[in-house]
Unconditional design. Structure first.
Ligand code: 4NP
Length: 151
């Protein structure tokens, strides 16, 4: 069993989007028993809240549910409990490394560095563009799935 944790600031916009897209992709490929997916925020701003209504609506448009999803904060055990700590932007990488004392750990990386974009996932909390975030999550998740399957 491989375990993937998506990380952003609030755990209500980007990382739950990536989590839901990844879970959907894994299900479609028949890999549910092989890969576990979760998400967390570096901040405590939205603990126990469901995904942002924009994230929920965009996922629903593609037939992906957010049922049961609730925001949680990153915790120190996550470094041991997950194989991939996939950060939505560079500040998430920095904060994750600091919070988990994970300096130099290859488990922690920026999501879109797996793609040709090599950039942060724009935050729809500020941009309002949930389509852009969704499209980048799909592209990133396809690349991430390849990486996970390669081991
Ligand atoms: P997220 O977006 O990190 O993608 O969940 C944000 C959500 C909330 C805030 C900032 C970004 N906030 O400042 O409350």
């Amino acid at each position: 069993m491989k375990k993937v944790l998506f990380i952003c600031l609030g755990n209500i916009c980007r990382s739950p989007m990536a989590e839901a897209v990844m879970r959907d992709l894994i299900k479609k490929r028949g890999l549910t028993s092989q890969i576990k997916v979760d998400s967390a925020g570096t901040s405590d701003y939205h603990i126990d809240e469901p995904p942002h209504r924009g994230t929920k609506a965009k996922l629903q448009q593609y037939g992906i549910t957010t049922s049961g999803m609730r925001a949680r904060q990153l915790r120190s055990s996550d470094l041991h409990d997950f194989d991939y700590l996939v950060c939505m932007d560079e500040s998430n990488v920095r904060n994750t490394i600091e919070m988990l004392r994970a300096e130099g750990d290859a488990k922690v990386f920026r999501f879109l560095d797996l793609t040709s974009h090599q950039k942060d996932v724009p935050d729809p909390w500020y941009t309002g563009d949930f389509q852009e975030t969704y499209d980048l999550c799909v592209e990133g998740c396809e690349a991430l799935l390849e990486k996970v399957l390669e081991g």
